[in-house]
Design a protein around this ligand. Structure first.
Ligand code: 5GP
Ligand code: ZN
Length: 115
C-alpha cells in the first residue's frame, strides 16, 4: 500500500472520506466533487492501478467491487430507477487517480454517448 496514493490514504484513514459501505476488502465513499445526486467511488482496499490491473491480479476482488457497487445503488435507492458504473482508465479515459475505482452514478438521467 502506497501512502502517495490518495485512495490508499482514505483506506488507511489518514485522509477523511464519507464512507457509505465497507467490507473486509472493499470501501465505498462519496466522491468529493459529485457529478450526479449519487456519486460514490467503490475501491478495493488493496492498491491496483486500474480496473484491468485489478481484474488481472485478482478477479474475485474485482467481482467484490462490482457487488458492492450494486449494494451502494440499493443504499442510495437508485437501483430501481437505474444508474451507471464507470471505470475511467488511462489518459483518454480521463483517469486522474491511479487506484482502481468504480464510479456509481445515479439519481438523474444519464446521456449516451458520454462526453
Ligand atoms: P477518475 O477521474 O480517476 O476516474 O476519478 C477520480 C475521482 O476521485 C474524481 O471523481 C474526483 O472527484 C475524486 N476525488 C479526487 N480526490 C478525492 C478525495 O480526496 N476524496 C474523494 N472522496 N474523492 C476524490
Ligand atoms: Zn492506492
Amino acid at each position: 500500500m502506497s501512502t502517495e496514493c490518495l485512495f490508499c490514504r482514505i483506506v488507511e484513514g489518514t485522509l477523511p472520506a464519507t464512507v457509505v459501505h465497507e467490507t473486509e476488502t472493499v470501501l465505498a465513499f462519496r466522491d468529493i466533487d459529485p457529478k450526479a445526486p449519487t456519486h460514490v467511488l467503490v475501491i478495493p482496499k488493496e492498491h491496483h492501478a486500474d480496473a484491468a490491473a485489478l481484474a488481472s491480479a485478482d478477479p474475485a476482488l474485482a467481482g467484490e467491487v462490482l457487488a458492492v457497487a450494486g449494494e451502494v445503488a440499493k443504499l442510495d435507492a437508485v437501483d430501481a430507477s437505474g444508474y451507471r458504473l464507470v471505470f475511467n482508465t488511462g489518459a483518454d479515459g480521463q483517469q486522474t487517480v491511479f487506484h482502481a475505482h468504480c464510479h456509481v452514478l445515479g439519481g438523474r438521467g444519464m446521456t449516451w454517448p458520454p462526453g
